[in-house]
Write a protein that binds this ligand. Structure first.
Ligand code: GLU
Length: 301
């Protein structure tokens, strides 16, 4: 049964939809609601009618297909996670992806999620395997040569996850005799290779690095603090996040290069939906002890 406790964001979402489509039809009450996984709070509505996003090849493909193909992570608790028991997807990034789909007029059952590792993100977007990607994806100039980004929708920084009894307290302790695990194709592995003497170990997924840390095969796992805090919370007796963040990672939504109309659509959604952003953030990250405020989106171009 659909719950009805609406937050103020609902009217904002409706206003945003009207602003985006340029036409006002129906009342918010007539729209389909998206129910949060806790089945308590309705954060946003599925736009009805579906907005027209003129000149967007991505939205044209979605309209023709009738479904939305989204790339995500599924091994990063609080961000992009697939519960192996219940089959439920959860996390801040997954909810941002749902919000984009809802703004386009697509409900949960219209979304096809695909887990894509860090190393394969650009190529999946270029190939058109997915319509957009939401998964701890930092906006970088190098990536912008191949794809476009909406956002940023979150800012975090690179950190370190170590065993609870480790002597490592920060980046300066990553000397030549330390072994540090991160993921191929990430900004995290690049920074560890260029800015430290540590011996890098490169795997496909952060959860694989965490397994190696627990087995004592590596001395630290490095990536964004928002990701590491989720792993530490799963095993607080054995893992801890240490040191000050040593980079700025601005998360964007990966979109096919030069689909400016779709980038602008998502940016408007983010800018007009501050209350929705806060609700999604608090539920997934704020509750887990991650700090953050909504950043301003980048100008397009
Ligand atoms: N945010 C960093 C990146 O986009 C690290 C996390 C990840 O690999 O998803 O490379």
């Amino acid at each position: 049964m659909r719950k009805t406790r609406l937050i103020a964001a609902l009217s904002l979402a409706a206003a945003a939809a009207v602003a985006l489509t340029g036409c006002n039809s129906g009342t918010p009450g007539a729209e389909t609601s998206v129910v949060a996984p806790d089945e308590e709070t309705v954060w946003f509505t599925v736009a009805d009618p579906k907005p027209e996003v003129a000149d967007s090849p991505t939205v044209a493909a979605i309209t023709e297909r009738g479904t939305v193909k989204v790339g995500v992570k599924e091994d990063q608790p609080n961000l992009g996670y697939l519960d192996p028991t219940t089959g439920e997807r959860s996390g801040f990034d997954v909810d941002i992806a749902r919000w984009v789909a809802a703004s386009l007029g697509y409900d949960e059952e219209d979304i096809e999620f695909t887990a894509i590792d860090s190393a394969n993100r650009e190529q999946s977007i270029i190939n058109g395997d997915i319509d957009y990607y939401v998964g701890t994806y930092s906006i970088t100039d190098k990536r912008k040569e191949q794809i476009s980004f909406a956002g940023p929708y979150f800012v975090t920084g690179q950190g370190l996850l170590v065993a609870a009894d480790s002597d490592i307290t920060g980046k300066d302790d990553l000397t030549a005799d330390t072994v540090v695990c991160s993921v191929t194709g990430s900004t995290s592995i690049e920074r560890i290779k260029t800015e430290t003497e540590a011996e890098p170990v490169e795997l496909s997924k952060y959860s694989e690095c965490v397994d190696q840390l627990k087995n004592g095969q590596v001395d630290a796992v490095t990536t964004d603090e928002a990701i590491l805090i989720g792993y530490a919370a799963q095993d607080p007796d054995n893992l801890k996040v240490v040191g000050e963040p040593f980079s700025e990672e601005r998360y964007g939504i990966g979109i096919k290069k030069d689909d400016t109309a779709f980038v602008e659509f998502v940016n408007t959604m983010l800018t007009d939906g501050g209350d929705i952003w806060t609700a999604i953030f608090e539920k997934n990250l704020g509750a887990a002890g991650v700090e953050g405020t909504q950043p301003e989106v980048d100008p397009v171009g």
